[in-house]
Design a protein around this ligand. Sequence first.
Ligand SMILES: Cc1cc2nc3c(=O)[nH]c(=O)nc-3n(C[C@H](O)[C@H](O)[C@H](O)COP(=O)(O)OP(=O)(O)OC[C@H]3O[C@@H](n4cnc5c(N)ncnc54)[C@H](O)[C@@H]3O)c2cc1C
Length: 141
Amino acid sequence: MRIFTRSETLRLPPWRQKFIKRSKIQPVYKHSLEKVEGIGKKLGLYFEGGKTEEADIVVISMGRIPNSNLFRRKVKMDQKGFIIVDAKTQKTSVPNVYACGDVTDASGPQPQAMIAAGNGMIAGYTIVEDFLKEGVMPSSL
Ligand SMILES: Cc1cc2nc3c(=O)[nH]c(=O)nc-3n(C[C@H](O)[C@H](O)[C@H](O)COP(=O)(O)OP(=O)(O)OC[C@H]3O[C@@H](n4cnc5c(N)ncnc54)[C@H](O)[C@@H]3O)c2cc1C
């Protein structure tokens, strides 16, 4: 297995770098993919500068963009568009609006399903507490 990256390093936490060093995964640096094309039963990878490679399976991973446009200019976001939340409550900059999961700045550099689910639990508890402060018990969430 090879990882082609256009950069000179793998932007991974140190423990993942160590894992890759010990594995049979081979990083290939400074390779910018331009096109993938079927060649018979194989796949042809075409890189900037004319280099080509063949592969059986290609998995493409090209960064992470939060799907938060709907809330742009409505709740506070960081420069990349992640919704800024208070990690203890999942509250956004707007009262009674809560956010959880990958779309928030609290999801961290390695977003995981369990983190998103945990955020959801915290938001749920916060919402109930906020309702109770108003003297109202929500019938559903
Ligand atoms: C390739 C890959 C592998 C992964 N592997 C793992 C793993 O092994 N273990 C792990 O813990 N995590 C893994 N993750 C991360 C995990 O999938 C996410 O952290 C998790 O799904 C985040 O949950 P979420 O609810 O925040 O967002 P999502 O799961 O992305 O859910 C957001 C939902 O909102 C919907 N939506 C978007 N816009 C709108 C709209 N306008 N109206 C209505 N609905 C809308 C979307 O359709 C989607 O269903 C992986 C992620 C990827 C991409």
